[in-house]
Design a protein around this ligand. Structure first.
Ligand code: NAD
Length: 333
C-alpha cells in the first residue's frame, strides 16, 4: 500500500519533505496546496503532479471529492495549523501536521477532537521519533542499561536571522524560540526520560526587545520535574548557535546525542561507546513509517499522534506561565 500525500505550504520545510519523499517506498507526493501559482507550476513539473491534485487555500476544501489523495501534510506557519488541520479533517483526509502542532493546548485539543469526529488520523511531524540513534537510546533505557534515570539536559537553539520573518510574528508563530526549537527539548525530555513531567519552572531573558516583540520569546531556560523524581534542565533560544544536544544520566551510565535533532547526521554516544546506527534521511523514514501507521495500524517507536502534540503544548503553556509568574507551575497531562 502507498499513502498518497498532498503537501500544504510549499516553503522551506515543505520543499525538504518533498525531496525526501522521492525515496519513500510507502508514501508518495501526489498533490499540493499553495497560494502561489508559480510554485504550483514548478512542483507540477518537478514531481509529475496532475492538475486535478493542485489546490489553493481558497478551494482546498474541494479535496473532499478527490479520491486520489489520502492525507494532507500541513507545513504552514504554526498559527495556521489549527485551521488547516480542521479543514483537512472535515474533507475526510488524514492529517499530518508540523510541529508545534498548534500555538496552545486548547487549539491542539480542538484539532484532535475534529480528527476524531471525522474518523481520520492526526499525526505530528516528529521526525526524531523514528531516528535510529534516538530509538536505540530509548531501547537501551527501557532495557535498564542506564539503570535508574536521574537527570536530563536538553539544549535547543540557533541564532535567528531576518527580523521580518513569520517566526518572529506572534500571531503566525504563537511565540518565539520555544514554539520552534524549544519544543525539541520538551519532547526530547519525555522520550529520553520515559516519563511525562508534573511541574515546571522557567526563566526568560530578552536582550533585543525590538527583534523579539511582546509574546515572542528570545531565550528561556526551564526545569521539568518528573513523577520518579528525575529533573530536566533545558534551554530554548533564538539568540545563539551551537546548541543541539541531549544528555541523559542514569545510575549505571549515560547517553549523549550531539547533534540531537538537526537534520543529520545525528551522533550518539553512551558509557558503552559510540552508537553506530544507520544515518538516514529523517523525513524519508518518517513518511514511510507514518504511511505504515495510517494504512496498516502500525505503532511508532515513540508515539506521534495528536495527543502527543497536545501534551507538548500543555507543557509549553505551563512554561510560558512559569516564566511570566516566576512560580512553579503544575502540569497535568
Ligand atoms: P517557510 O516560511 O519556509 O514556509 C511556510 C510556507 O507557508 C510558505 O510557503 C508560505 O507561503 C506558506 N504560507 C501560507 N499561508 C501563509 C501566511 N498567511 N503567512 C505566511 N506564510 C504562509 O516556513 P517553514 O520553515 O517551511 O515552516 C513551516 C512549518 O514547518 C512550521 O510549522 C515549522 O515549525 C515546521 N518546520 C518543521 C521542521 C522539522 O524539522 N520538523 C523544520 C522546519 C520547519
Amino acid at each position: 500500500p502507498v499513502l498518497r500525500v498532498a503537501i500544504m505550504g510549499l516553503g522551506g520545510y515543505g520543499t525538504r519533505v518533498a525531496e525526501a519523499m522521492q525515496a519513500c517506498k510507502m508514501a508518495k507526493l501526489v498533490g499540493v496546496v499553495s497560494g502561489t501559482p508559480a510554485k504550483i507550476e514548478a512542483w507540477k513539473t518537478k514531481y509529475g503532479i496532475p492538475d486535478k491534485n493542485c489546490y489553493s487555500y481558497e478551494n482546498f476544501d474541494k479535496i473532499k471529492d478527490n479520491p486520489d489523495i489520502d492525507a494532507v501534510y500541513v507545513i504552514t506557519p504554526n498559527g495556521l495549523h489549527r485551521e488547516h488541520v480542521i479543514r483537512t479533517a472535515k474533507a475526510g483526509k488524514h492529517a499530518i501536521c508540523e510541529k508545534p502542532m498548534a500555538v496552545n493546548a486548547k487549539e491542539g485539543q480542538e484539532m484532535v477532537d475534529a480528527c476524531k469526529k471525522a474518523g481520520v488520523k492526526l499525526l505530528v511531524g516528529y521526525r526524531m521519533h523514528f531516528e535510529p540513534h534516538t530509538v536505540e537510546i530509548i531501547r537501551m533505557r527501557k532495557a535498564g542499561e542506564f539503570g535508574k534515570i536521574q537527570f536530563f539536559q536538553g539544549l535547543s537553539g540557533f541564532k535567528i536571522g531576518d527580523p521580518t520573518q513569520w517566526r518572529l510574528n506572534k500571531k503566525l508563530a504563537g511565540g518565539g524560540s520555544m514554539m520552534d526549537i524549544g519544543v525539541y527539548s520538551i519532547n526530547g525530555s519525555r522520550y529520553m526520560v520515559g516519563e511525562d513531567p508534573i511541574w515546571v519552572t522557567a526563566q526568560e531573558t530578552k536582550t533585543d526587545p525590538v527583534k523579539f516583540k511582546e509574546g515572542v520569546d528570545e531565550t528561556i531556560t526551564f526545569q521539568l520535574g518528573f513523577p520518579s523524581g528525575v529533573t530536566a534542565s533545558c534551554l530554548s533560544t533564538y539568540a545563539f548557535n551551537y546548541l543541539d544536544r541531549f544528555y541523559l544520566v542514569g545510575e549505571k551510565g549515560f547517553a549523549e546525542l550531539n547533534p540531537s535533532t538537526g537534520y543529520g547526521p545525528i551522533r550518539g554516544r553512551t558509557h558503552k561507546g559510540e552508537l553506530n546506527q544507520p544515518v538516514v534521511t529523517h523525513q524519508t523514514l518518517q513518511m514511510d513509517s507514518m504511511a505504515g501507521i495510517i494504512l496498516q495500524g502500525k505503532e511508532a517507536p515513540v508515539p506521534v499522534d495528536g495527543e502527543e502534540g497536545v501534551k507538548d503544548l500543555k507543557i509549553i503553556d505551563a512554561i510560558y506561565e512559569a516564566a511570566r509568574s516566576g512560580k512553579k507551575v503544575e502540569i497535568r497531562l
